[in-house]
Structures are given as structure tokens and as C-alpha cells.
Write a protein that binds this ligand. Structure first.
Ligand code: ISE
Length: 334
């Protein structure tokens, strides 16, 4: 491996471009050598801005001799097959969430990594690197027994073709992961309620959703998921312990009071809210590669979050509280 980790980025839409730019400019120890996007013009533009080359397939990028490590930032449905190709090529990979929207695909990746016998894939659950969530987890340790949590995850506008299922696998998957991380427990059951849809929700989308989860240790978590605020992007989390309640306000935005008004700027999307978390996540990943270790969120974390999301989809369809079924955890992820 050269002195710098040479990264190939698959998918240079919103988040892929942010990752590529961070890796080329804001992360120590890495450079971006190759990009791929199904939109060839977009790939060529990002490549020329970052001094990389564009290739014409994800496979060509994964196998490229000047790619030491891969970032998968393609559409969700392609993550698993590209992760399998990275495992076959033996290259360390940062895979954006979800590992796969479907459980069987996530399990295929787990099986391939277990067969390989060592971890190569890190999941892009960037909230675990967010200073706000880290401070919350630290504060919670002095709040007694965790009992409940109230979370809100609000996006400006739904994407084209968005459904309740994709809201769960693409968006609420963050709360499914961060709940496992905050409470060091698996999610045992989930119930999803949808009420009156917002008039801003297009195409009959059920929005907002109320997602109620219970961990296997009995912590109750409610998540309001709303993807059509029109006013801004917000992520909130409050944890109730037996001795204190701890609230993470929305990042590190400063509230200003003046002339009878009080307010602050709001981010319009996740890059505005979690920009630093993405950079820290990438820096940790590059540090790991240079040290020859893999310590970030694992394929098991990806699989577990997909298992909860799939149970949540079943709950939307049946209206029932659904138990989350998971396979036994392989020793690789102990
Ligand atoms: C997006 O893909 C993200 O990962 C954001 O963090 C999340 O807030 C958004 O809902 C997703 O679509």
C-alpha cells in the first residue's frame, strides 16, 4: 500500500461526493484515485475536481490496481452486491447504510465475511461519531437505569418514489442503529403507527410514522419519523433514566436572541447536521486501514438494523407489533 490510502468511491451523488471530497481534502492519510457513477458526466466532473479518474463500472473500480479501499455510496439496493464484490477483491470497504434493504441480502454479506474469516467491511453509521450523540451517551452513564427514549428524525422532503418501507430502511434505520448503540442491546420488537398523512406528502406516502421499539432489556423507544417538514432538517433524542433525563438538542447550533426574537439557523439536510460526524467517521476508517484493524460499525450492525427495519415493514403491513427475528451472532462479530 502506498503512503496514502488510495480510495475508490462508488456513487458520487449527495453523500458520495461529500465522502470523496472529505477523503481527498479533509481526512489525513487518504487520497481519492477512482470514482464511478452511473451518471458518467457526474463521475467525470467529480473526478476532475479531485484529481481522480472515472471508470465505467463499479466492478472496474473495485478491481482497479490503484484502489486500496472502497466507499460504497450507491443506491441502497446495490450495497450488498457491491459489498460482496469488495470482499471477493479483499479490499477494506466503508458501506453506506443500509447494508441491504432486504434481510436475505444482508445475511449473504455476513456469510461471505464470516467465510473470509476476518472483517473487511465497516458500516457507515455516522451518528456513532457525532459529537452530540457521543456526549449524550457519556451523560447517560450517570443517569441511572435507562428506561425510555424519545426521538425525532425530520427531513425537508421525501425523495422520488419514497414509500413507508424505504423511509424505514433508508432513514429510520439510523434510529434502529443508534438505539442499539446507546443501550448496548438488540431491538426485540417494533410497532409502526401511521395516522393522518401530511398534506405535503406526495403520492399517498404515509408520513409521519411513529415507530415504537423495545430493546431486549426492556427500554421503550419512540421515534417520530417525518420526511416532509418543508422547514428544515432535525434530529433529536432524549433519554429517560431512573435518576435523570438527558436531552441531545439538535447538534451545536447557537441560539441567538435579539430585538424580541430568539432563533438559530437550521440545516436543510444531513450534511448540514452531521458534516463533522461524516468527517470523523472517515478519519477513523482511514486510521484503521493504516493500522491494519477494523473497529467501526460492523456487518452485524448492518444486518441487525436491517432486521429491525424489515420487522417494521411487516408492522406497517399488518398493523401489529412484530418480534425481530435474528440469526445467532457469528463469533467474528463477538
Ligand atoms: C439519508 O440517506 C441519510 O442517511 C440521512 O442521515 C437521513 O436523515 C435521511 O433520512 C436519509 O434519506
Amino acid at each position: 500500500m502506498s503512503a496514502l490510502v488510495r480510495v475508490g468511491v462508488i456513487g458520487v451523488g449527495n453523500i458520495g461526493t461529500a465522502h470523496a471530497t472529505n477523503l481527498a481534502r479533509n481526512v489525513a492519510g487518504s487520497t481519492v484515485t477512482v470514482v464511478y457513477d452511473f451518471n458518467a458526466d457526474r463521475a467525470a466532473q467529480v473526478a476532475s475536481e479531485l484529481g481522480a479518474i472515472a471508470v465505467d463500472s463499479a466492478q472496474a473500480l473495485i478491481e482497479h490496481p490503484e484502489v486500496d479501499a472502497v466507499v460504497i455510496a450507491s443506491p441502497d439496493g446495490l450495497h450488498a452486491e457491491q459489498a460482496l464484490a469488495c470482499l471477493a477483491a479483499g479490499k477494506p470497504t466503508l458501506c453506506e447504510k443500509p447494508l441491504a434493504p432486504q434481510l436475505d441480502k444482508a445475511l449473504e454479506v455476513i456469510a461471505a465475511e464470516v467465510a473470509l474469516g476476518h472483517r473487511l467491511i465497516t458500516m457507515g453509521f455516522m451518528r456513532r461519531f457525532d459529537p452530540g450523540y457521543l456526549a449524550l451517551r457519556e451523560e447517560m452513564s450517570g443517569a441511572g437505569t435507562p428506561l425510555a427514549a424519545h426521538m425525532a428524525h425530520r427531513n425537508m422532503a421525501s425523495g422520488p418514489g419514497q414509500t413507508a418501507a424505504t423511509t424505514l430502511t433508508n432513514s429510520v434505520v439510523h434510529e434502529m442503529d443508534i438505539s442499539r448503540w446507546l443501550f448496548s442491546s438488540e431491538i426485540a420488537s417494533v410497532l409502526v403507527l401511521s395516522g393522518r398523512p401530511s398534506p405535503m406528502a406526495q403520492g399517498g406516502l404515509a408520513d409521519p410514522l411513529l415507530v415504537v421499539m423495545e430493546t431486549d432489556t426492556g427500554v421503550l423507544i419512540d421515534v417520530e419519523s417525518f420526511v416532509n417538514t418543508t422547514w428544515g432538517y432535525e434530529v433529536r433524542c432524549e433519554v429517560l433514566g431512573s435518576e435523570a433525563v438527558c436531552r441531545m438538542d439538535d447538534g451545536s447550533f447557537i441560539t441567538t436572541s435579539t430585538r424580541g426574537m430568539q432563533g438559530r439557523e437550521m440545516p436543510v439536510d444531513w450534511l448540514g447536521r452531521f458534516g463533522e460526524a461524516y468527517r470523523l467517521e472517515l478519519q477513523a476508517w482511514i486510521n484503521d486501514i493504516r493500522a491494519g484493524v477494523v473497529t467501526g460499525p460492523s456487518c452485524w450492525d448492518g444486518y441487525a438494523a436491517t432486521a429491525v427495519a424489515n420487522a417494521a415493514i411487516e408492522s406497517v403491513e399488518t398493523g401489529l407489533r412484530v418480534q425481530v427475528a435474528m440469526v445467532e451472532k457469528p463469533a467474528l462479530y463477538a
